[in-house]
Design a protein around this ligand. Structure first.
Ligand code: NIG
Ligand code: FE
Length: 407
């Protein structure tokens, strides 16, 4: 039988998670052609029909779609390790923020950092994520909080994604916090967001979505409504931070406005949960490393949300203040521990769930024929071991668009 050339053959998997109900159940190998998934099957059969230009031996590991981190704050210049000690002394996240620490201290550093240096740091963050299997990501601005510094952040993010070879789906988060200079004139900052920043970001075409932090000490529901309606008018998708510490009605607003996702949800009310269940469209973004990092007892009611049929993803929330981890496998572990999610659910949450929340489910998050050939090979004997160990990186091989990538 004659063979056809293919870009890559991955063989020797103990198990392949493809999220494809049509895939042969005994498949141990994957064929890649032109950066796309061509076929799953058994090695002996595939070798009769394909002559691979490159090969990866999965060595009895678990093969899965490349991880997609759907909630990330990667555009920061330095970490905030000192806050860790303040927290140990009993100060909470919102108290630290009220003192000009927290988000606003990161803002000071981002503003003071020139674009070249910020680019180098963001590239480092993206490489750290990739080292743990992230092949695509959403990325937020939100530490600039002026027109100039938000545009700088989004431009640097795009450049870093291109330089590192990570597909980045950018979100404008100018409404992360009121900057110090507007603390006593919130309406003026909202005017700036709606009349200058959102239109400028739109004009440059450097964000697909807009985000807002609805919380005490950040934005109220009424302020969020104005910002979100303007963002919709300009054609942005919405991804929203709500119910992290207090139930203010942000979840209900997100659902009413048809947001792609509403994230955190540690303080989600029954009414909020019902609104999400009835809509069935707005994704729940689970970020279980954030309450861990903040020493918060409450967890998002993941089991109830999943049971109610609410679509969901799981993400790192990688940022310097509330979740300083670039690792999706680590987030998955916390999903299993804190949210009582199964191995299958957490892996779904960082692949197809994440892709769905970003409107990418046609080409990412699964290994169906025609999908982007972004894959991870994990040094795990089966799916049940995913999110079991922690503090250990399970990644053994990384493939982006059919190319084996060093990490
Ligand atoms: O998702 N909650 C708001 N924003 C981020 C934290 C950002 C920071 O503390 O720097 C979050 O947790
Ligand atoms: Fe966040």
């Amino acid at each position: 039988m004659s063979t056809q050339p293919c870009q890559l053959l991955i063989f020797g998997a103990a198990e392949i998670v493809s999220w494809d109900s049509q895939a042969p159940s005994a498949a141990d190998s994957v064929v890649v052609v032109d950066g796309k998934i061509a076929e799953l099957g058994q090695e002996a059969d595939l070798r009769q029909r394909w002559s691979p230009l490159a090969e990866v031996d999965a060595a009895g590991g678990l093969v899965a779609p490349g991880f997609i981190d759907a909630h990330v704050h990667p555009v920061f210049a330095v970490g905030r390790a000192e806050e860790f000690d303040w927290r140990a002394q009993g100060m909470d996240y919102l108290e630290i923020a009220a003192r000009g620490g927290g988000i606003l201290s990161t803002v000071q550093h981002v503003r003071a950092t020139d674009p070249e240096d910020l680019f180098d740091t963001v590239c480092t963050h993206l490489r750290r994520m990739r080292r743990h299997g992230t092949t695509s990501m959403e990325g937020k601005s939100g530490y600039g909080l002026s027109t100039q510094d938000e545009l700088k952040s989004l431009q640097v993010l795009a450049q870093a994604g291109a330089a590192v070879g990570m597909e980045v789906f950018p979100t404008f988060l100018g409404a992360h916090m009121f900057p110090l200079e507007y603390r006593d004139n919130q309406e003026a900052y909202l005017d700036l967001l709606c009349n200058e920043m959102l239109p400028a970001v739109k004009e440059q075409g450097i964000a697909r979505a807009a985000d807002i932090f609805i919380e005490q000490g950040a934005f109220s529901v009424a302020q969020a409504r104005r910002y979100c309606e303007r963002a919709i008018e300009l054609g942005f998708k919405l991804r929203i931070h709500a119910d992290q510490f207090h139930q203010l009605g942000g979840v209900e607003l997100a659902v009413e406005l048809g947001a792609e996702s509403v994230d955190h949800l540690e303080a989600l009310s029954d009414a909020g949960l019902e609104a999400m269940a009835i809509s069935g469209k707005t994704y729940a973004g689970f970020l279980p490393t954030a309450p861990h990092f903040l020493r918060q007892k409450e967890n998002a009611p993941a089991r109830k949300l999943i049971q109610a049929g609410v679509p969901y993803f799981l993400a790192t929330d990688f940022n310097p203040g509330s979740s300083y981890t670039p690792s999706l496998p680590e987030a998955a572990h916390f999903g299993r521990i804190r949210l009582n999610m199964t191995a299958e659910e957490v892996l779904f949450g960082i692949t197809l769930g994440a892709a769905g929340s970003l409107g990418l489910e046609q080409r990412k998050g699964h290994l169906r024929r025609g999908a982007d050939a972004d894959l991870v090979v994990l040094d795990l004997p089966d799916l049940f071991h995913f999110g079991y160990a922690f503090g250990e990186n399970p990644l053994s091989q990384l493939i982006c668009k059919g190319d084996v990538v060093p990490f």
